[in-house]
Design a protein around this ligand. Structure first.
Ligand code: P5A
Length: 429
């Protein structure tokens, strides 16, 4: 991608309305624009990151044996009446009526819709277990949308749903998702603490929130220091260990009943990037989701649901990875791997070398953003730092005279002068 023809409306001024660093940086780097409170357009740079995160989430869900599908954003009210949640959900639900005055809603989550699909399609215990997911926009009319994409009204969620014949099966499904979440977050460069949680509007009696530590987090966490000391191996053997350690949010934490001695208790703010629930027959029972069991008896299925805040993760990753100059994308989610900076595009040697590098890098399928604009070098470096591209490759007249280019690693700030060929060898492997 050539910056001269890319749409990157960066801002020089710090936007006054943004209270936290990720929101400021997303606006300044031209990733998002607000359409209305808590509702955003994703501009090309932001959209790339969103798709990257979505891709990693998708790979890990597929690897865990969940099947991707796509449910609509608009749902009929009658399904929510069946589960009893139409009234319970209150003002957070955006209610709409169509031209025939039929009551509809913009889905805040999909337990009802997936249970309806299941009850119509699955008849026998032999078809179980089943795990389905989709990545779709949700709407929750939050009282206080804030912090940009972190607490939006419209937001992108990956939501998965499991169906099992009995509790043991449902617990295995829950634990498989638990492991898939550890893998997903670790690939995103994040270290998460699984916290026992209230299940709130989703319901059920077993639930974990996946929290990342960040000063600007909305949750207050209390957890065992062991979380900081052990490796968070995303493996089935590790689930029991992690689930046995104490971690709680302030609404659940009770100092007098806390099993962790004071000197081993840590406290920090956290951002909830995922939330998983086992809720048994809460929806299957009222909605009549049954299969024929081994002896032919109709058996109500046991369910769980598993959410990841895909759009919230964009902000959460920035909270965890930035400096004074801007964003520092972990390689796995970076919108481009390389920022190629041409210090003097009007110079023939620079233009040729820049173009040659751009072509050769693009030819091997690596995402490169080529700054071919006529701009001051300082402005070019500042833009690349702001938008957080992991590698900066700079071509200038002075270096070219001796056959070298400069390679800079955004995360460490390390710079090196290397020959064009060795720069390419380093970047293309
Ligand atoms: C689990 C999947 C559910 O809705 N039903 C389907 C269950 N869980 S949840 O905890 O309510 O949401 C899942 C994740 O979505 C993100 N999230 C949000 N992101 C941005 N803005 C919001 N207003 C918002 N609300 C929830 C969180 O990451 C949450 O863990």
């Amino acid at each position: 991608m050539r910056l001269s023809s890319y749409f990157l409306p960066t801002l020089k001024e710090t936007p006054a309305e943004a209270q936290i660093v990720s929101h400021r940086l997303m606006l300044r780097s031209g990733m998002i624009r607000q359409a209305s409170a808590g509702i955003y357009s994703w501009l090309p740079l932001g959209h790339r990151v969103l798709r990257r995160i979505e891709g990693i989430v998708r790979e890990e869900m597929d690897a865990a044996g969940s099947s991707e599908m796509l449910m609509p954003t608009i749902q009929p009210a009658e399904l929510w009446r069946e589960s009893g949640r139409y009234d319970d959900y209150g003002k957070e639900m955006l209610r709409i009526s169509d031209r025939h005055e039929r009551e509809m809603l913009y889905g805040p989550t999909n337990e009802e819709l997936i249970t309806d699909i299941f009850r119509n399609c699955v008849k026998s215990y032999r078809d179980l277990p089943i795990n389905l997911y989709h990545i779709q926009w949700k709407f929750r009319d939050e009282v206080r949308p804030r912090f940009g994409v972190m607490r939006g009204r419209e937001f992108l969620m990956k939501d998965a749903y499991s169906f099992d014949l009995d509790f043991n099966g449902a617990r295995d499904s829950y634990n498989a998702m638990f492991v898939a979440y550890l893998k997903t977050f670790s690939r995103l460069g994040l270290r998460t603490i699984p916290v026992r949680a209230e299940s709130g509007a989703i319901g059920g009696d077993l639930s974990h929130e996946f929290q990342i530590i960040a000063e600007t987090g909305e949750s207050q966490l209390y957890f065992d220091a062991t979380f900081e000391e052990i490796a968070h191996e995303p493996s089935p053997e590790f689930v029991g260990k992690l689930q046995s350690l104490y971690a709680a949010t302030d609404d659940k934490h009770d100092t007098s009943e806390c099993p962790v001695p004071t000197e081993r208790l840590r406290t920090a703010r956290g951002i909830e990037v995922g939330h998983i629930f086992y809720f048994g027959t809460k929806y299957a029972q009222p909605m009549g989701a049954k299969v024929a069991g081994a002896n032919g008896e109709p058996t109500t299925v046991e369910m769980g649901s598993y959410g990841i805040g895909v759009s919230r993760l964009v902000g959460a990753i920035i909270e965890a990875s930035h400096d004074e100059a801007g964003i520092i994308w972990p390689d796995a989610v970076a919108p481009f791997k390389i920022g190629l900076i041409n210090l003097r595009p009007s110079d023939t040697a620079c233009a040729e070398a820049g173009e040659d590098l751009y072509q050769r890098i693009s030819a091997v399928g690596i995402d490169v953003l080529y700054d071919d604009r006529e701009e001051r070098p300082g402005a070019k470096f500042a833009t690349m730092d702001l938008i957080g591209i992991p590698w900066q490759l700079t071509v200038g007249p002075r270096g070219l005279a001796t056959g070298v280019v400069e390679l800079k690693r955004r995360s460490s700030g390390e710079r090196e002068e290397v020959s064009i060929e060795s720069a390419l060898a380093r970047l293309i492997d």
